[in-house]
Design a protein around this ligand. Sequence first.
Ligand SMILES: [Zn+2]
Length: 47
Amino acid sequence: MAIDPVCKMEVNEDGAAGKSEHGGTTYYFCSAACKKAFDEDPGRYAR
Ligand SMILES: [Zn+2]
């Protein structure tokens, strides 16, 4: 399982609604809305 960096929910990598790469790390999202929020401001959520 991965942690959705936006809402902190656990996300199954295979069933993720979306994913984004930032700084060499792949992040998985529970919904398109979370992915959109991350893509708009990755630095706010990524560490
Ligand atoms: Zn989410």
